[in-house]
Design a protein around this ligand. Structure first.
Ligand SMILES: [Fe+2]
Ligand SMILES: [Fe+2]
Length: 357
């Protein structure tokens, strides 16, 4: 028998870009065929170590609370552990009765461990329970992202929501997205243009830069606007104002009694007024103002705080300059004038934070 006749059966755990394996699974909502059950939708399959355990309970509540947010972006959720269906049902009932949160997505009862094995959700050195694995699957049934978290740390569900949204935007716009998108420190919510891979492409990229279609730090590092929709930009502005007003208030508390602390409070109040003003304008334009910031950065030392704040003000100056330009192009003088006033404040803030470094 020649070497080529030997048949080697490999256990193949899925990789990024692979089709999600076809499976029939028992769940709290009956038998489901994956990935067909979610055809035409994105879905997030996440495993947890076990029912009636505290960290998993916090995760289930976090997923359930964001279920509508996932649905809004055409994405469904499905959980999994090696417990049995009746155990899942009892646990979900407990969550609803005691924590007032209804879990409305199916949960796979993988009591034989078959699915977990197939998807590589068990780390043998960590015992026989499933680890905290996450699979993001696209509407064509292709695995687009995999995350593995340890038993001792619960996942950040907002990050999973961001990940799905970012993959969708990347598909729609044929672009890559920066760190922390849409809150990147260098390029805000801009999209990253793939690096030029030939001299020809480098030249055309530089021409696009000259036409103002892209902005570049260098020829291999260009970015372009994600959206020039005024409502979208005003939404980003409201989020930014809410963020800095909370951030400065926090910092004011930390630095209470100092001159910087006093000034931070004044600026925080001014930012809150900006947030209200922009939200009002957004409502007039038919948009729905966001009510919470996406992040708040407090900083350890006063110096670090001033650095972070200067960075945030720089972002505001960039965003508001863009809003003024677009508003003027569209003949929306009310929005343009409003942001011209706000921009003056932000430039003052920026100067102050820079002078304190
Ligand atoms: Fe502001
Ligand atoms: Fe500001």
């Amino acid at each position: 028998m020649g070497f080529e006749d030997v048949e080697v059966e490999e256990i193949h755990t899925p990789q990024l870009g692979d089709p999600f394996p076809e499976l029939e699974v028992r769940t709290t909502k009956g038998l489901i065929k994956l990935p067909d059950f979610f055809k035409g939708k994105w879905f997030v399959l996440f495993s947890h170590p076990g029912d009636f355990t505290p960290v998993c309970t916090t995760e289930f509540v976090a997923f359930a609370k964001r279920h509508d947010g996932f649905r809004e972006i055409n994405c469904e959720l499905i959980g999994l552990s090696i417990d049995q269906v009746f155990c899942h049902i009892k646990w979900l009932e407990w969550i609803e009765e005691n924590l007032g949160v209804r879990v409305d997505f199916p949960v796979i009862a993988d009591d034989s461990g078959m699915v977990a094995d197939l998807l590589g959700m068990i780390s043998p050195s960590k015992g026989s329970n499933t680890v905290r694995a996450v699979f993001v699957v696209d509407p064509e049934g292709k695995i687009r992202a995999m995350l593995y978290y340890p038993q001792e740390v619960g996942r950040n569900v907002d990050e999973i929501l961001r990940l799905v949204r970012a993959l969708q935007v990347s598909d729609e716009r044929k672009a890559a997205l920066p760190a922390n998108w849409p809150d990147n420190e260098l390029v805000g919510d801009d999209l990253i243009v793939p690096p030029a891979s030939s001299v020809e492409e480098k030249r055309s990229r530089m021409e696009a830069k000259a036409r103002g279609e892209v902005e570049c730090f260098d020829w291999w590092f260009c970015h372009r606007t994600y959206s020039d929709d005024l409502k979208y930009l005003l939404e980003r502005a409201v989020i930014r104002e809410l963020q800095v007003s909370i951030q400065y208030m926090w910092q004011h508390v930390k630095l209470e009694g100092t001159e910087i602390g006093k000034r931070l409070k004044d600026i925080a109040i001014q930012e809150m007024k900006h947030a209200e003003e922009i939200a009002e304008r957004l409502t007039e334009l038919g948009g729905i103002p966001p009510t919470k910031p996406s992040r708040v950065r407090v900083g350890e030392s006063p110096r670090e705080m001033m650095e972070l704040d200067a960075e945030d003000e720089e972002g505001a100056v960039k965003l508001y300059t863009k809003i003024i330009k677009i508003a003027k192009e569209r003949g929306d003088s009310k929005t343009a004038e409003m942001f011209e006033k706000i921009l003056k404040d932000e430039e003052e803030h920026l100067e102050f934070f820079r002078s304190q470094q």
